[in-house]
Design a protein around this ligand. Structure first.
Ligand code: NAD
Ligand code: DAU
Length: 367
């Protein structure tokens, strides 16, 4: 049975992946290594805490001794690497942490597995799966073909540059040392446990509180949205059946302009809140509680510096070779996500404290 080390498993996608894996592969061992930065939260893993197949270790991926010890002690044969600094706006105000975790952290993990898997031969077969992003390919014009696995890298933000560097390191460890690697480059995820600094959860929380909905620039930037569980399934297909040394793009075939996406979310929120009178007393400032529309909260703000205009993913390779297909449409996914945030107010209230609030306040002053 596979024995997994999941880095960044207390973050948004990592936690969804841990839930997914323990459900779909109940006999496998899953060890989570996470530093619990502002983005990591043990509350994201509360529902698996009692599972004997699961173990949580708080630690930094840059701590090579700790990682080597876990690889040996747990006989880890599969490492799924999510841990990263992930928010583009933060990379613009403070790129150092992105270089540290995304570049040096990935390098440190690669060195640890090189020593233990290739040097000490602790396991018969191994796999290092690197979770990356479509942002490494840069920005598309309106009529450009979507990003494929052979699109040239052209990262534009400190975040995407740090992810691009980590992708290159993973590739090099495969080619130079024969490490069994796979890499996935995925489009924008959304769903449960998404930290409310990213577009969709931020808009949900602001709608419920009747706060303005900040749209960067003209709102015409395009992202390709994928429900997080579909991403987890795509990673499973690659880890289980993907070809060693290969890269797979994962996308939702769901391109949408930011303004349209936010308007769609406003419509869903209006419908939901209007239909449920108990929400009127819980969220009295929400426009729908007062008979108004959430779209009235939209506010155009200063654009993100270097803001990539359009991302789109050509996911034909993973569809053809591994049978991947997104199963959740954007309308279904937004409704599910909204329902999750309405049912988990404690979660988002508790993660939106301290350092996050300080940072977001500075952001709004900047505009
Ligand atoms: P996230 O910010 O929600 O979670 C990151 C997790 O990594 C957190 O739990 C954090 O505590 C942990 N972490 C950070 N630095 C660490 C360190 N030095 N050592 C150990 N743990 C550390 O991120 P996410 O949105 O879940 O993204 C996960 C991965 O998927 C990232 O590699 C990201 O680049 C990639 N990705 C994200 C998206 C998306 O839409 N969110 C899309 C494609 C790819
Ligand atoms: O494409 C994959 C990437 O998607 C991941 O690699 C990143 O980790 C993830 O954060 C995400 O990056 P984006 O920059 O696309 O996501 P974000 O949610 O920050 O923004 C989505 C779009 O919405 C983007 O065009 C910027 C815009 N935006 C964002 C915020 C937070 C706004 O207009 N207003 C906002 O307040």
């Amino acid at each position: 049975m596979p024995r997994l080390l999941v880095t960044g498993g207390a973050g948004f996608i990592g936690a969804n992946f841990v839930h997914y894996w323990l459900r779909e592969h109940a006999a496998d061992r899953v060890v989570v290594l996470d530093a619990l930065t502002y983005a990591g939260n043990l509350g994201n893993l509360k529902t698996v805490a009692g599972n004997p197949q699961y173990r949580f270790v708080r630690g930094d991926i840059c701590d090579r001794e700790l990682v080597e010890g876990l690889l040996r002690e747990e006989s880890i044969d599969t490492l799924v690497h999510f841990a990263a600094e992930s928010h583009v706006d933060r990379s613009i105000t403070g790129p150092g942490a992105f270089v540290q975790t995304n570049v040096l952290g990935t390098y440190s993990l690669l060195e640890a597995v090189r020593k233990v898997w290739l040097g000490e031969r602790t396991v018969a077969r191994h796999r290092f799966h690197h979770v990356s992003t479509d942002e490494v390919y840069g920005s598309l014009g309106p009529d450009d073909p979507p990003f494929s696995e052979t699109t040239a890298y052209a990262p534009n933000s400190p975040y995407s540059a740090s992810k691009a560097a980590s992708d290159h390191l993973v590739r090099a460890y495969h080619h130079t040392y024969g490490l069994s690697t796979t890499t996935s480059n995925c489009s924008n995820n959304y769903g449960p446990y998404h930290f409310p600094e990213k577009l969709i959860p931020l808009m949900i929380v602001n709608i419920l509180h009747g706060r303005s909905l900040p749209i960067y620039g003209d709102g015409g930037n395009v992202r390709d949205w994928l429900y997080v569980e579909d991403h987890c399934r795509g990673i499973d297909l690659i880890v289980s059946n993907g070809k060693v040394g290969e890269v797979y793009n994962i996308g939702g075939r769901a391109e949408c302009e930011n303004l349209k996406l936010v308007q769609l979310l406003c419509e869903h929120a209006d419908d939901e809140v209007r239909a449920r009178p108990e929400l009127h007393s819980r969220f009295p400032a929400c426009p729908a509680s007062r008979g108004e529309s959430a779209a009235s909260l939209v506010k155009f703000v200063t654009d993100r510096p270097g803001h990539d205009r359009r991302y789109a993913i050509d996911s034909r390779k993973i569809e053809r070779d591994l049978g991947f297909k997104p199963t959740v449409s954007i309308a279904q996914g937004l409704r599910r996500t909204l329902a999750w945030y309405l049912g988990n107010e404690d979660w988002w209230q508790s993660v939106m404290d301290g350092r996050y609030q300080d940072w977001i306040t500075t952001q709004y002053q900047r505009r």
